[in-house]
Design a protein around this ligand. Structure first.
Ligand SMILES: CCCCCCCCCCC/C=C/C(=O)SCCNC(=O)CCNC(=O)[C@H](O)C(C)(C)COP(=O)(O)OP(=O)(O)OC[C@H]1O[C@@H](n2cnc3c(N)ncnc32)[C@H](O)[C@@H]1OP(=O)(O)O
Length: 400
């Protein structure tokens, strides 16, 4: 089972297929469960255990990732004994979480695991029968991200940039978390993935403190590593397999704009603006915009944005084809999410295959352009023009 896959519909769109694929079981409750010794001394009979495995498939309410991990671990312990597989790699997050849960059960006897599994399922059944269907925010929210809020509901995974006090400027940590979130979303049960921003901005682009936080290796090393980070970041968008939607709730700057050329739908509030002030910053385009923008809006309009830094209103961005549709800010959220919920019910496989057909025509080209743009930026970041622009921002001499 793909754990994140199962969690993809934690809220509204509960997915029986995913639940069925999960051999259920418990890890956090291990100490508590071990207190059930008197009961487990007799042990649940195999029939009770098999019946509990079947009951799990009939649960009306998604129990949440934590419980699913517990069920998974107990199931494995009950059927195979102590964890006996190699520890997955650091970045194989899903399998690592499953492995950790199973491994945490140590030498818990198979019989005890079986009984604990039966007890856990029985508790889940009574709570799902009796308690209300109200889902807590905590259940819906994906853990492990500091700069993003990730939720899954109605077959939609929403990745929300969450540094509103800094206008959702993108730190290096944030680039990395976004890559992890995209990786997880590509494997979960959602049909559509959505990006949006918390607060009044969608995103003010690259966090300029990325230029001031210089490691002992010096600025050259930082520029080299940043170019790799940028290339990897953009590659994740090029390769993302599902329909990707930007819900642009407010102004967007820099890389938050250029990357939109790799999205499948861009919905904008009429409060949003689109600004790529690269020449003001001594920088050059990224996010494959040197290719996607001329293709989307024609070379003349692309030059106005990418070279001369013309800021577009949402209406202008719509007229240039960068934005799919503009909504009044007062009804933006309601209209957009109603639309997306309807789209998310369309055939998942057909949508994903269609996206591949469209994207595959130019995937290789996009990767090559991304590598080239990143290479050029690595040099630009070391230029006086760029350094001075960053210093001007921090000394409050310049604001866009
Ligand atoms: C050695 C090489 C390392 C390079 C590492 C690079 C990694 C990959 C890079 C990929 C290339 C990307 C390029 C771009 O995105 S270019 C665009 C960069 N963005 C900007 O230049 C925007 C700068 N911000 C502003 O001009 C204004 O803040 C803005 C117009 C967005 C909003 O103005 P407003 O007056 O409404 O609000 P404040 O300025 O008071 O902002 C509130 C606080 O937020 C901080 N802030 C906002 N944006 C940024 C930002 N981009 N970087 C850092 N900090 C930002 C602002 O400083 C305020 O903070 P304080 O309250 O603490 O003062």
């Amino acid at each position: 089972m793909a754990l994140v896959g199962v969690s993809g519909r934690l809220a509204g769109c509960y997915c029986l297929r995913a639940v069925r694929s999960l051999p259920f079981c418990s890890s956090l409750q291990v100490p508590a469960l071990q207190l059930h010794i008197s009961k487990t001394a007799m042990g649940a009979c195999q029939k009770d255990f098999e019946s509990a495995v079947n009951q799990v498939k009939l649960l009306k309410k998604d129990p949440g990732n934590e419980v699913k991990l517990k069920l998974y671990a107990l199931y494995k312990q009950a059927t195979e004994g102590p964890c006996n597989t190699p520890k997955p790699g650091l970045f194989d997050l899903i399998n690592k979480a499953k492995w950790d849960a199973w491994n945490a059960l140590g030498n818990l006897p198979k019989e005890t695991a079986r009984q604990n599994y039966v007890d856990l399922v029985s508790g889940l059944r009574s709570s799902s029968d009796s308690s209300s269907q109200v889902k807590s925010e905590a259940d819906k929210k994906r853990a492990g991200y500091d700069t993003l809020v990730i939720t899954s509901e109605d077959c939609i995974t929403k990745i929300m940039l969450n540094r509103p006090a800094k206008k959702n400027a993108l730190t290096t940590q944030m680039y990395r978390e976004i890559m992890l979130a995209l990786e997880a979303a590509s494997k979960d049960d959602s049909t559509i993935t959505v990006f949006t921003g918390n607060g009044d901005y969608y995103s003010s682009g690259n966090d300029l403190t990325n230029f001031t936080d210089i490691p002992p290796g010096g600025i050259e090393e930082k520029a080299k590593n940043s170019a790799i980070l940028l290339r990897d970041f953009v590659d994740c968008f090029i390769d993302f397999p599902k329909p990707l939607v930007a819900v642009v709730n407010g102004p967007a700057v820099g890389i938050a704009v250029t990357i939109l050329g790799l999205f499948d739908l861009v919905y904008a509030s009429d409060r949003a603006t689109f600004h790529t002030p690269f020449s003001h910053l001594g920088q050059t385009p990224e996010g494959c915009s040197s290719y996607t923008f001329p293709k989307i809006m024609g070379p003349a309009k692309a030059v106005e944005m990418l070279i001369f830094g013309k800021k577009l209103t949402a209406g202008e961005a719509y007229a240039q084809g960068l934005v799919t549709e503009v909504f009044p800010d007062s009804t933006f959220q309601k209209e957009v999410w109603t639309r997306l919920k309807a789209y998310s019910k369309l055939s998942q496989n057909a949508m994903h295959i269609s996206k591949q057909i469209i994207r595959n025509h130019e995937k290789e080209k996009l990767h090559a352009i991304n590598a080239e743009e990143s290479r050029i930026l690595q040099e630009r970041w070391l230029s006086d023009e760029c350094m001075n622009a960053v210093m001007d921002f921090f000394s409050r001499k310049a604001k866009l």
